[in-house]
Design a binder for this molecule. Structure first.
Ligand code: G3P
Length: 217
């Protein structure tokens, strides 16, 4: 399972990337706005840090505008993955951008039929927003399960990128159900390593070791 970090904060990306936890990065207009940075400048910096795909999202809602913005974003670096909304214009742009040899991430996916359309448009990644589905009292993980079955039924190469992840259990459940990748907020990514019994066990090993008076090397 690939781990993408869902942020435009350079310090966070650098730290997690140095720890070997980052296979790619996703951003969206809200995350760019939150960073307070210019989209082109910050995306360029992220692309220089991380080898994997870096999703940068168009903000136009019409096909021509999306294609214009995608051309600007694609010029930033070879690993920019163009992120497009799951609309008819977004799907049309996805098809055109993929046929130019560029990776795409079709975002704001909330139904299996939308996911089927994104796969048919040749999307590299499709992002089901599981947290936002949970927010309205449905089960986001059910959508990932349906997508997995549909993509496997037809051999679609589109990768399921679990998004709108809020908890460590979202990550575990997405992995169990077969998501290809998850885009994870930095705080949740850091929590994945934590277990109280690991800390307790380490404390007790270190206390015993100190009593032994030994040293390695
Ligand atoms: O990857 C999409 C993500 O940024 C949306 O997350 O928490 O705003 O629903 P959230």
């Amino acid at each position: 399972m690939k781990f993408f970090v869902d942020t435009a904060e350079i310090t966070e990306i650098r730290e997690l990337n140095d720890a070997g936890l980052v296979d790619g990065v996703t951003t969206n207009p809200s995350l760019i706005a939150k960073s307070g940075r210019d989209i082109v400048e910050v995306t360029k910096e992220i692309c220089a840090l991380v080898d994997g795909p870096v999703s940068a999202e168009v903000t136009a809602v019409d096909y021509a505008g999306m294609m214009r913005e995608a051309a600007v974003l694609a010029k930033i670096a070879d690993n920019v993955c163009i992120k497009l909304p799951l609309t008819l214009d977004g799907l049309k742009a996805c098809k055109a951008i993929v046929s130019d040899g560029r990776q795409t991430n079709v975002t704001l996916c909330f139904s299996a039929n939308q996911a089927l359309l994104a796969a048919k448009a040749g999307a590299t990644f499709v992002s089901p927003f599981i947290g936002r589905i949970d927010d309205i009292g449905w089960d986001g993980m059910d959508l990932i399960g349906e997508m997995r079955r549909i993509y496997d039924n037809y051999g679609f190469a589109t990768q399921i990128l679990a998004a709108s992840i809020r908890t460590v259990n979202h990550v575990k459940d997405a992995a169990l159900i077969g998501a290809d990748a998850a885009t994870i907020p930095p705080g949740v990514l850091r929590q994945l390593v934590k277990h109280p019994l690991t800390d307790k066990g380490l404390d007790s090993f270190l206390a015993d070791w100190a009593r032994s008076g030994q040293k390695i090397g």
